[in-house]
Design a protein around this ligand. Structure first.
Ligand code: IMP
Ligand code: MG
Length: 188
């Protein structure tokens, strides 16, 4: 298969487009069953989760609403401190709502852990997490994640919403950066 300009930095495909599609459909079915008859609000964390969330939402057969937050983590990009600044808050109040946080990837878990504390304080009726990817080997803090798409090894991945310096989000699959690019990514 010929490589596009976008694909030149990609060393290896980790999760194919078809595998993503199939897993998102399964998650959609599971979430639809679990939330039947409840008032679901999906909360997405900008920007990476947008792509997964848009596909997941179209697999849900229960009525739901969406809202977004933008956060920025203090400190170096690849070394999450877990101290998070809210750049854009939710528009919709959470009290009494069944909230499902949709995340692209959980690495150390520090960002999500902070976010969950913040959201829990707003007294939702329930609060769960759905993450497309998780790197269990990198976890520093235990965060309960109800729905997981794929467990992946400790590699820096891009595509399907995930970026390296804001690039590669538009790749239709999840791939690993070529080693020379990845060396830059971990130092970032
Ligand atoms: P945590 O606080 O260490 O769990 O950081 C999670 C955030 O780091 C994610 O929401 C991503 O923005 C970013 N991140 C972690 N690993 C990767 C990766 O492999 N590729 C792209 N972004 C990543
Ligand atoms: Mg990012």
């Amino acid at each position: 298969m010929s490589q596009t300009e976008l694909e030149r930095g990609i060393g290896e495909v980790l999760v194919e487009e078809e595998a993503l599609r199939a897993r998102v459909a399964e998650l959609g079915e599971e979430i639809s069953n679990d939330y039947a008859g409840r008032d679901l609000l999906l909360v997405g964390v900008l920007k990476g989760a947008v792509f997964f969330m848009a596909d997941l939402m179209r697999q849900l057969t229960v009525p739901c609403e969406v809202d977004f937050m933008a956060i920025s983590s203090y400190g170096a990009a690849s070394d999450s401190s877990g101290v998070v600044r809210i750049l854009k808050d939710l528009d919709i109040p959470l009290d009494g709502r069944h909230v499902l946080v949709v995340e692209d990837i959980i690495d150390s878990g520090l960002t999500l852990s902070y976010l969950m504390r913040n959201l829990r304080a707003r007294q939702p009726a329930s609060l769960e997490v759905c993450a497309l990817l998780t790197k269990p080997g990198r976890r520093e803090i235990d965060v309960p994640v109800r729905y997981i798409g794929f467990e992946i090894p400790n590699r820096f991945v891009v595509g399907y919403g995930l970026d390296y310096a804001e690039r590669y989000r538009n790749l239709p699959y999840v791939g690993v950066l070529q080693e020379e690019v990845e060396a830059g990514a971990t130092k970032q």
